[in-house]
Design a protein. Structure first.
Length: 379
């Protein structure tokens, strides 16, 4: 009898948790990891600030530009710059930082907008657009695969709060918007259709390719290593051939292992099916990372770095550079007030902070804030 009661209670709780659309609006005081904007580079002083061991690569020995874009930017002495497309000859200074830029829901419930306060659109859209909800596959006592829906938001927090005028790039929107709903994308629910955006998945199904992701996990999780660039270095955008150095190595994810999500697993296939599922925090981070790469593949993210992004911000960035992105959880456990480093490199292990980051019923839908590297000719 007791066993029957326990089974009934488990089924009731499971039903309630599946039917609950939970979430919150981002609180800029408690939910945003403001130290994640570091390191920050400002020229022509020049100054490179780091804080609390935050990872990033805003400055390398050279920032390269291609000959075809030389008409868009003229490099001036002492880190000065100007963008000819503005119509006026205005001088600016080179700046680089990580901007709280996008956010993503990872939810068990179709059409549950976790980042918009838990707004549930399922009642009006589920019949019109039937979509899969959360699912997992269990073998023995261990979950082997899982499925979540994701929603990608345009979330330019700095501009909305008017903290910093980042209108230095033409084409930047200043309003929050919902850019992608996985529920209306048939490729998110089907491995075969997702092949359209990731045909190279056939190259990375081998055991050596998957084992290589362990290297990415280690490099993304290493403690921060200060850049050898000193305070007095004068670094400008200069013409350069291919830079053989991996600027995202040391304490950042490897840009060469682009099919890897670090400690979270493989990014392929680019859909909601996570074959590397171990627990909720890990697999939802992997879904958020997949969504990031998919948005790039669809041409919905613009370049914000180097010459292609510092003046215009209108050129699609089709190939995601993992070292340009960092993230922090905003729901159900905001990392903004966490001691020490409160944001994570792409693929960094979550074992150091995931305790209490998920819980039954109200804590099974997730929202992550993405911080994107931005280069700017600021004036």
């Amino acid at each position: 009898m007791k066993k029957l009661i326990r089974v009934c209670l488990f089924l009731i709780i499971s039903k309630l948790s599946f039917a609950t659309c939970s979430g919150t609006f981002v609180n800029p005081i408690t939910d945003v990891c403001w130290s994640c904007m570091f390191p920050i580079y400002i020229s022509p002083l020049p100054v490179k600030w780091g804080y609390a061991g935050q990872k990033g690569k805003v400055v390398t020995e050279q920032k390269s530009i291609q000959d075809s874009y030389l008409h868009s930017l003229q490099v001036l002495p002492l880190g000065m710059c100007h963008c000819s497309g503005r119509g006026l000859v205005l001088l600016g200074v080179l700046m680089s930082w990580y901007e709280p830029y996008r956010s993503v829901d990872v939810t068990k419930n179709p059409f549950c907008l976790t980042g918009l306060g838990g707004l549930d659109l399922g009642a009006g859209l589920s019949d019109l657009l039937p979509s899969a909800g959360y699912g997992d596959e269990v073998h023995g006592m261990q979950t082997r695969s899982s499925f979540y829906q994701v929603h990608w938001y345009l979330d330019p927090i700095l501009e909305m709060l008017e903290i910093l005028d980042v209108g230095c790039t033409l084409g930047q929107t200043v309003s929050i918007d919902l850019l992608f709903l996985s529920e209306v994308d048939p490729a998110w629910n089907d491995d075969d259709i997702s092949f359209i955006f990731s045909p190279e998945v056939v190259l990375f199904t081998s055991m050596p390719a998957q084992l290589a992701c362990a290297t990415d996990c280690i490099s993304a999780s290493l403690p921060y290593r200060p850049s050898p660039i000193s305070f007095a270095d004068n670094i400008t955008y200069s013409r350069s051939d291919n830079d053989p150095a991996n600027t995202s190595s040391a304490s950042n994810p490897s840009k060469y292992l682009y099919w890897c999500g670090g400690c979270q697993g493989s990014l392929f296939p680019l859909d909601g099916n996570n074959i590397d599922a171990m627990h909720e925090v890990q697999t939802t981070i992997l879904s958020a990372e997949k969504a990031n790469m998919l948005i790039h593949r669809m041409g919905l993210e613009m370049s914000t770095t180097s010459i292609t992004g510092m003046c215009r911000n209108i050129i699609p960035d089709m190939f995601m550079d993992k070292s340009e992105w960092k993230y922090s959880m905003t729901f159900p456990k905001p990392q903004g007030l966490s001691p020490g480093t409160c944001c994570n490199a792409f693929g960094e292990t979550d074992s150091t902070w995931n305790s209490g980051a998920s819980y039954p019923v109200k804590g099974e839908n997730f929202n992550y804030l993405w911080y994107h590297e931005r280069d700017c000719c600021y004036f």
